[in-house]
Design a protein around this ligand. Structure first.
Ligand code: HEC
Length: 180
């Protein structure tokens, strides 16, 4: 093999190699897929948010106000819903704190103010009152609405359940608020 022939072969190998590399690079450009920021399908109940704050805003934003439903809410139906809460909460006047604080007169009361109950920092530092709408947001998804709460309850999905139980809690008070 003379050197000319050798050079031809070497050039051919080199060219082939370059073509391969080239195809791979072009392939990367053509087939490179950016991972979407949000996945196209959502799994029910899974919030695709990274911070608690965003999650809280999302819950608030997607939740219609409860106040319009209260005028037609049923206190009796609310008493039935409250059975889900009664394992952890008493609601009668003078009722003891259980796993959760006593809830007599809870509507419009300061958050985290039951005498002798050891609240999470999240609740004791919340700094608001239990208005109808605060109760609505909290009871919808407690652990999302107030990050760090130790109320281990998944929440009440149905608007009517929340409206009824809020009306019921409102009735358990020395001075029930008007339901409209
Ligand atoms: C598994 C027990 C458990 C269940 C079930 C439960 N809670 Fe609670 N709840 C708690 C605990 C514990 C706290 C205190 C949370 C904290 O300190 O973060 C709490 C706090 C609360 C508060 C705030 C009280 C305050 O003094 O600020 C309200 C209102 C409330 N719960 C309502 C309800 C309602 C209504 C239901 C039923 C729909 C319910 N909870 C179901 C355990 C429970």
């Amino acid at each position: 093999m003379d050197s000319f022939e050798f050079n031809k072969i070497a050039a051919a190998i080199l060219t082939t190699a370059l073509v391969f590399i080239g195809i791979k690079e072009i392939g990367n450009v053509i087939y490179h897929v950016d991972k979407p920021k949000k996945s196209a399908y959502k799994i029910e109940g899974v919030e695709q948010t990274t911070t608690g704050q965003v999650a809280e805003k999302k819950v608030e934003a997607s939740l219609a106000p409860i106040t319009p439903l209260l005028a037609s809410a049923s206190i009796d139906a609310g008493a039935k819903v409250f059975k889900k809460c009664a394992a952890c909460h008493s609601i009668d006047k003078g009722g003891a704190n259980k796993i959760g604080p006593g809830l007599w007169g809870i509507v419009n009361k300061k958050v985290g103010a039951a005498e002798g109950f050891k609240y999470s920092a999240a609740l004791s530092g919340y700094g608001k009152n239990w208005t109808f709408e605060e109760l609505n947001g909290f009871l919808h998804k407690p652990m999302k609405y107030i990050k760090g709460t130790k109320m281990g309850f998944a929440g009440l999905k149905k608007d009517s359940d929340r409206a009824n139980v809020i009306a019921y809690m409102n009735s358990k008070s020395d001075s029930p608020a008007p339901l409209k």
